[in-house]
Design a protein around this ligand. Structure first.
Ligand code: FAD
Length: 470
């Protein structure tokens, strides 16, 4: 649930006072671009900010934060607008929209990318791949880098290099008291600890410095699918494969009805399938050797696992997750792949109520497990996989049936969890109990940090860590 918010409305005077403090546009209802900015990936969310500050630089962000604090306005922060809970958008208050700040500046010799907070993952991949380098980011290229990273972040490179937030070198932040500070191991180390997983609780990040790794530009990767009746055999093969795979190989499994994708035999469109999304980011020769047994397995109904540019793999799933559909997720971290859990996933995939829904399991095991749980706020160092039960449909009248499907599957599968859950996958309704589950033992330290850096909870439209009342 969204915490109670101040309903202060913007009136003409308030708008007239804020507008000259900004270089970027300030949008109100009826302005061109207002609806495009407030409507986000998940169409379940339909809020109307009193005003939207489309910031062009740090000074605009600073002015917006200061203004919201002075006037007691509700404040929300929008990066890529992809969070399922939609907390980037407020009702009545001021929304900071960072989407005009999409600069990526790569220093290839230092292997660092300086990334502005409105960047989408594809922006970062595009610029870093010029130098055959990559940051650790997620699977869908139009997701926001900012929200993903401050909530932890994982993708195909996570088995090799850990959470996205483990690969941060430093951040620049506008804090609740209206200052611009740097957070790194050397400066404001406590804030740096909290921002690596603690979400938008501590300020607005205006720049991310990511450590880059040599990857690509050509890798061996792609997707392969079989009829869903083969799912028990395919997923058993995948389980054994992942237990023995080097960290360079990350294979995600998905069970769903086949989309009308050109790579899947037309006669299987709309029919139940099991798919593996395969990505090997080591040498091409190793990749071809490691994927050969997958490609030879059974009788696939589509197979595009091949040499391809890294950037093409990073956008392979984009079409399955368009902006503007209705979405509801339930998710858990898993310590291992129990055969019984896989059986249950297959069972619930067979009961899917929408052609767009799926159950997907991402591999994580590797580098992240080698760090202590209190290395940063993200924690969850016992996670080896993450399961996401993703309901996705088109019409509001189908809300109940799709939500019910996801919840039923989750109720049956959640006992296989580590006990932890991914903060970035929590829906709007998942409140303090689930937020505590996401942070585990790190939650108490986050409360102390919040009390220090944001004692009035100015940044509260997020998976909120409430400050201690003083
Ligand atoms: C299709 C899809 C695919 C995904 N795939 C992955 C994946 O592969 N790996 C993964 O880890 N996650 C994945 N996610 C989850 C994703 O990490 C979260 O949804 C994340 O919040 C998206 O960030 P955003 O900037 O787009 O979100 P927004 O909705 O814009 O922001 C989410 C929240 O982040 C905070 N925030 C945003 N910008 C800033 C900032 N500059 N400073 C401080 N706080 C800020 C705010 O609290 C805000 O409410 C996926 C989500 C979707 C919808």
């Amino acid at each position: 649930m969204i915490p109670p918010v101040s309903r202060t409305e913007f009136d003409r005077t308030t708008i007239d006072e804020l507008r000259p403090r900004l270089r970027g546009p300030l949008l109100v209802a009826g302005d061109p671009g207002y609806d495009d900015s407030r409507l986000i990936w998940n169409a379940m969310i339909d809020r109307r900010p009193g005003a939207i500050a489309r910031c062009l630089g740090v000074a605009d962000i600073l002015a917006s934060v200061q203004f919201a604090r002075e006037r007691g306005l509700t404040l929300s922060i929008k990066g890529g607008g992809h969070n399922i809970s939609g907390l980037a958008v407020c009702d009545g208050g001021l929304m900071i929209d960072l989407s005009l700040m999409r600069g990526v500046f790569v220093d290839p010799s230092a292997r660092v990318a300086h990334v502005q907070p409105g960047c989408l993952l594809g922006d970062v991949d595009r610029e870093t791949q010029v130098h055959s380098l990559a940051a650790v980011l997620g699977f869908v290229s139009n997701t926001g880098a900012a929200g993903l990273t401050v909530g932890g972040g994982f993708g195909y490179l996570t088995r090799r290099f850990g959470w996205s937030s483990d690969n941060l070198l430093s951040l620049d932040v506008v804090t609740a008291d209206g200052r611009v500070v740097r957070a790194s191991e050397q400066e404001n180390a406590d804030l740096f600890w909290g921002l690596r997983g603690g979400g938008g609780n501590f300020g607005v990040v205006t720049n991310f410095d990511y450590k880059l790794h040599p990857v690509g530009p050509e890798i061996v990767a792609g997707a392969i699918a079989w009829p869903q009746e083969d799912a028990p055999k395919v997923l058993d093969m995948w389980r054994t494969l992942m237990a023995n795979a080097p960290p360079e190989l990350a294979v995600t499994a998905a069970i769903r009805n086949a989309p009308p994708a050109p790579w899947i035999s037309q006669e299987f469109h709309g029919k139940p399938i099991v798919a593996l999304f395969v990505c090997h980011t080591g040498s091409v020769a190793d990749g071809e050797r490691l994927v050969a047994p997958i490609k030879k397995f059974g009788s696939p109904v589509g197979d595009v696992v091949q040499r391809r540019p890294y950037v093409s793999q990073q956008s392979l799933l984009d079409a399955t997750q368009p902006k503007g559909r209705r979405y509801y997720w339930k998710s858990e971290f898993l310590p291992t792949l129990e055969p019984e859990m896989i059986d249950k996933a297959i069972k619930y995939a067979g009961r899917i109520r929408s052609p767009h829904s799926m159950i997907v399991v991402f591999p994580l095991e590797g580098a992240l497990n080698k760090l202590p749980d209190d290395h940063s706020a993200m924690g969850n160092r016992d996670a080896a996989f993450v399961i996401n039960i993703t309901a996705s449909w088109e019409k509001a009248e189908d809300d109940a049936t799709n939500i019910e499907w996801a919840r039923a599957a989750w109720e049956d599968i959640r006992r296989f969890s580590t006990g932890g859950t991914y903060v970035n996958f929590l829906t709007e309704e998942e409140g303090s109990e689930r937020i505590k589950a996401a942070y585990g033992k790190n939650h108490a330290r986050l409360v102390e940090l919040k009390t220090k850096w944001d004692p009035t909870n100015l940044f509260r439209l997020n998976k909120n860590i409430a400050p201690r009342s003083t």
